[in-house]
Design a protein around this ligand. Sequence first.
Ligand SMILES: CC(=O)N[C@H]1[C@@H](OP(=O)(O)OP(=O)(O)OC[C@H]2O[C@@H](n3ccc(=O)[nH]c3=O)[C@H](O)[C@@H]2O)O[C@H](CO)[C@@H](O)[C@@H]1O
Ligand SMILES: C=C(OP(=O)(O)O)C(=O)O
Length: 428
Amino acid sequence: MEKLKIAGGYPLKGTVRISGAKNSAVALIPATILAESPVTIEGLPHISDVEILKDLLEEIGGNVSMTDEEMTVDPSTMISMPLPNGKVKKLRASYYLMGAMLGRFKKAVIGLPGGCYLGPRPIDQHIKGFEALGAQITNEQGAIYLRADELRGARIYLDVVSVGATINIMLAAVRAKGRTIIENAAKEPEIIDVATLLTNMGAKIKGAGTDVIRIDGVETLHGCRHTIIPDRIEAGTYMILGAAAGEGVLVDNVIPQHLESLIAKLREMGVRVETSDDQVYVDGSVNLKAVDIKTLVYPGFPTDLQQPITTLLTKAAGSSVVTDTIYGARFKHIDELRRMNANIKVEGRSAIINGPIQLQGAKVKASDLRAGAALVIAGLLAEGITEVTGLEHIDRGYSNLVEKLNGLGATVWREALTKEELEHLKNT
Ligand SMILES: CC(=O)N[C@H]1[C@@H](OP(=O)(O)OP(=O)(O)OC[C@H]2O[C@@H](n3ccc(=O)[nH]c3=O)[C@H](O)[C@@H]2O)O[C@H](CO)[C@@H](O)[C@@H]1O
Ligand SMILES: C=C(OP(=O)(O)O)C(=O)O
């Protein structure tokens, strides 16, 4: 096991290229199960979630080859192998295997998913959707059993706007008989990306990216080639980093429209942000103003950037309130930021940040993926050396992090944990 060491205080400058979107990749890879000939996905990020999903597709008999950022999946040899335990537990998105395997095989057994602990992460809306399509579902000893004699299109109203449920229902419905209508659907760019792949595979989907999606089921789907969208959360993280410690950071391979809520907030704080077709330039060498932020479904401010922007707000003059309406317990990073001298308190679903404060290097632990991003930004801003453990979370979602940061002029490196540190981590 390793830790990340960061020598803080160096100004960041230069260009960083954004990788393919994790939250698309984790749905696109399971979606390949639905085809009957090889599917190639280009531009995948180097992250552990992609590796684990590749292994899971192989476990169910798929033939998967991967070269750098390109994965080709031949799903023709796959079988409906039960996956009650093991790697499915390692990531939240293994729940997309439910929709994809149900669509292709009309049955699936999938262990209840893991992923970052952000408070309760129910899947009742996914289950409601599958049931509406005609599946019988039981929960036995921590695994979900799904079976259908046939899947029939249905009208499904989501009680909460959920990215996961929207995609999962779409995956099952593309091979159901007749028309499915998902109402109150989520509108995130990753949903459009998955719908684009499915459409290239021969599915008939209209309305992805709006709150009503219509799907006309088809008998079979075929292989195709698909290029993934850039990761708006990775891009947002580097934009925040540029605003925190940057003297001109150019974020390349990004769709600026996906980040309008963040761009608006950075400008409100006084940061200079310029956009072009596929780049965003951020100059943070200004005095920052406090702002209030509320996370919302897309196109609102993303919950996945709530933790990183909290670190930036420690540098802003005044009192900022950050409220997470999606995951109200996504505040595990706050105690760690306090250890670094931040003045933040949590009240209910909100963090109240008082600044400006000079952060100090410390030994901190990432409890989840975006907490990790928040602590890395803090380390870059802090005086002295910061050591971040819990890298297994960061590795789920940030492709080539050390190389990208050092490319911007940071001094960051990975080091093996000592025996004492390993022992200490086991006991905390
Ligand atoms: C709307 C939103 O911001 N979604 C984010 C959420 O997606 P993720 O897919 O995890 O969450 P959903 O979009 O599915 O859920 C949104 C909200 O609905 C609730 N819910 C969801 C499904 C369900 O069956 N029942 C239910 O009550 C969740 O608890 C949550 O409060 O986290 C991902 C990883 O951090 C982000 O990439 C997504 O952008
Ligand atoms: C929490 C995240 O991922 P997951 O839902 O896959 O745990 C995230 O992408 O911020």
